[in-house]
Ligand binder design. Structure first.
Ligand code: GLC
Length: 709
């Protein structure tokens, strides 16, 4: 249900546009930040007085100052203020910090993610800002890429569902707009290399990478950010087919497009596809970019080129129309626009939602029955480099790391590290701590001290993983093996013969086979935000059954990539000769404290027409003694297709709560159109037989078949 154009708004847009000079129009197409390369304080003061289209990396009250300055310009067009609020208003010290997108995606809970979007919008708006550069809709398919932590995982369908949910949440109350990024194929760059070239055909772009952005357009996302990289050697910053044809044409996107950080300049300096700024500005505007993020020199060059008739006024007008449309829709021109009060920031209701969502992100990867603990331990050892390390727990894009790197800032939020959570939840037990080692420096370890602390405890909880220097832009990682002396630490702790629960605090899937072997249980948290310490401790105590399921596959080795589940058939041998077949942990996997039994998989018919919808039902029984949530997953396989299609693809899921001993009949709807795919000459739904697989993950499921005529 695309957002309908509002005639009243369109009228205001046209009326304003018709009054604007070239300078005023181009001013709307520029977004500047005080920390742009080469920006001086004097220059920034000048830009602030121009009432430009947008400013970024501005926090709170500085926005108010710039808004007042804009009111002194001729047309008083309000700027729009963007910020990287990508897991809550995460750059503001004191805001609610939610789990990262990768962690959130393991909840498979669009409803809670929608609520998280609404809370984030309230906190961003309460801080005087208007625009979150979120969500990331990139597909995390090459685990070496530094920004896996920012994705909703490896599957286009799951990303589409969760992306639509968070965008609806962000934009629901009219406090803020969202930004679907990075358009597109950014996570598929060769070698997982950040901002490098992505060698895929436009067919594959439509098939795999476009659907999440199409879903974003469907729910009326107001902005899209182009990616640093290039598609088959054409930078996204000037990719006319991707921007004008696919996004604004086929997908019907009616908001505005902004480049990524100084990417217009990158056409000249990095990608070398433009000889100078004049050429770069023309290329990006002709291709359909509406706003330049930074690159202040964009302004003079573009004004001159428009006046010389070298850039078409219709392109400038289309860009400014889109920007003004979004600003009117957001109510920025409305003098008495009502915004949330600052008191909503990190209020109890927001913290409560954060804990509820965080609980559902936890994935139990291994459990030999040690969990849930049957009795309260007298003495608990919490060990490891990530046991009490908020920076590593938060991951990227928080007030520690952006917009400037501030490692020593004192957090103002209520937060719980793994240690903090264990102390709070097990208040009647004695809880002791030792760091044991560093996350990556092998020489930085004191395992003896850790053993001394742990040796007379009844339970050992060890938190390992990676750190904020091993994830993020320009931090692609070739070796995914868990680093430093972490494996040595965990195996030494194992030798004490105590129950050993490993908690993973990491920005991406790691290779940690020996640690998994040594652990009685393994809980994956990724970057869990403020409340993860409480959620983990509650899970260990058995307050709830874990309902997190992996949104991304874990390989046996860093060299066994790509490892995403929805691969094609036809691999000669089907495995690496020196590795087990498949993955260490599969897409959709996650243990529960109960056992779910699937039976009676049925479809309402056996033969379908192309415009039908398949109604799939399955019975799911909770065979355990604990009420629990289960993620019922539906995959399809086109048994014969005229071009290769994946051996299985997620095309539906439902998260359901089932009481102990209860059987629930779960119904999933599958439009037959979801069985189609793109060929060179367009979208097809081919007649023939399809397998429908429904189960607890991508490897364990029941199978039935249907025929499409
Ligand atoms: C960065 C990122 C993008 C972010 C932008 C503004 O380089 O690629 O995700 O929103 O710049 O900070």
């Amino acid at each position: 249900m695309k957002r309908k154009q509002d005639p009243a708004i369109e009228e205001k847009v046209e009326a304003l546009l018709s009054q604007m000079t070239v300078e005023e129009k181009v001013g709307q197409m520029l977004q500047v930040s005080y920390n742009a390369n080469g920006m001086t304080p004097e220059a920034y003061e000048k830009w602030k007085k121009m009432g430009l289209g947008s400013y970024l990396h501005v926090l709170g009250d500085e926005a108010e100052e710039i808004r007042e300055l804009a009111k002194q310009t001729r047309l008083k067009i309000p700027p729009i203020f963007g910020i990287d609020a990508i897991h809550g208003h995460s750059l503001l010290n004191g805001a609610t910090i939610f789990p990262s997108q990768l962690a959130m995606s393991c909840s498979w809970n669009p409803d809670l993610i929608y609520e998280m979007g609404r809370v984030t919008a309230k906190e961003v708006a309460a801080d005087g800002l208007d625009w979150a550069f979120s969500p990331v809709l990139c597909i995390g398919r090459d685990l070496r890429w530094g920004r896996i932590n920012e994705t909703f995982g490896e599957d286009s369908y799951l990303i589409s569902r969760l992306g639509a949910a968070i965008i609806k949440g962000y934009e629901e109350d009219g406090y803020m707009i969202a930004c679907a990024k990075h358009y597109l194929g950014y996570g598929e760059a060769t070698g997982g290399r950040d901002s490098y070239d992505t060698e895929v055909s436009m067919r594959k772009v439509r098939e795999v990478f476009l659907p999440p952005f199409r879903a974003a357009a469907e729910v009326g996302c107001s902005s899209v950010m182009t990616a640093y990289g290039s598609l088959d050697s054409t930078p996204l910053t000037c990719h006319k087919e991707a921007l004008r044809d696919l996004l604004k044409g086929e997908a019907g996107f009616d908001g505005f497009v902004v480049t990524d950080w100084e990417n217009v300049r990158s056409l000249v300096k990095q990608q070398m596809v433009a000889k100078d700024m004049d050429e770069a500005c023309k290329m990006t505007i002709d291709a359909g970019n509406d706003m330049s993020m930074n690159t202040p020199e964009f302004y003079d060059a573009t004004v001159r080129l428009v006046k010389e008739g070298k850039i078409a006024t219709e392109y400038i007008d289309d860009a400014v129309r889109r920007i003004l449309r979004v600003k009117f829709r957001l109510g920025l021109f409305d003098e008495n626009r009502q915004l949330p009060d600052k008191s909503v920031i990190a209020c109890d209701a927001h913290k409560k939602l954060n804990l509820e969502l965080t609980r559902e992100t936890l994935v139990l990867l291994k459990n030999d029955g040690t969990l849930p603990l049957q009795k309260q331990p007298k003495k608990i050892a919490v060990i490891g480099p990530n046991a009490d390390n908020l920076r590593n727990q938060y991951g990227d894009w928080t007030f520690f790391t952006h917009p400037g790197f501030k490692p020593d800032v004192v957090p103002l939020t209520d937060y719980y590290t793994i240690l903090g959570g264990m102390k709070k939840v097990y208040a009647d037990s004695e809880v002791v701590y030792a760091r044991g080692c560093d996350t990556k420096n092998k020489a930085d370890k004191d395992i003896t001290a850790a053993i001394d602390v742990a040796k007379d405890c009844d339970l050992i909880v060890v938190a390992v993983g990676d750190d904020y220097e091993q994830n993020g832009e320009m931090k692609d990682r070739a070796d995914l093996t868990i680093s430093g002396a972490q494996t040595e630490l965990v195996t030494a702790l194992k030798a004490l013969g105590k129950p050993l629960v490993t908690v993973l605090v990491n920005g991406k899937p790691l290779v940690f086979g020996e640690i998994a072997q040594a652990s009685n249980a393994v809980i994956e948290t990724f970057n869990g935000g403020d409340a993860v310490g409480i959620a983990v401790a509650e899970l260990i105590r058995g307050d709830f059954s874990p309902s997190g399921r992996l949104s991304i596959s874990f390989p046996y080795s860093s060299c066994a990539l790509p490892c995403y589940y929805n691969q094609y058939s036809g691999w000669h041998g089907g495995k690496y000769m020196d590795m087990p077949e498949g993955n260490a942990y599969v897409f959709g996997y996650g243990l529960s404290y109960t056992e779910f039994e699937y039976s009676n998989l049925k479809t309402d018919k056996t033969t379908y027409q192309k415009d039908d919808t398949v109604t799939v039902t399955v019975d799911v029984k909770n065979n355990g003694a604990m009420d629990a949530k289960e993620v019922v997953q539906l995959y399809i396989h086109d048994t014969v297709s005229t071009i290769l299609t994946p051996v299985k693809q997620l095309k539906g899921f439902e998260k359901v709560k089932i009481k102990a001993g209860e059987t629930k009949t779960v119904t999933l709807s599958l439009p037959v159109s979801d069985l189609g795919f793109y060929k060179e000459d367009g979208f097809v739904i081919e007649a023939g037989e399809f397998e429908i697989m429904v189960g607890k993950n991508s490897a364990e499921h029941l199978t039935t078949t249907i025929t499409v005529e």
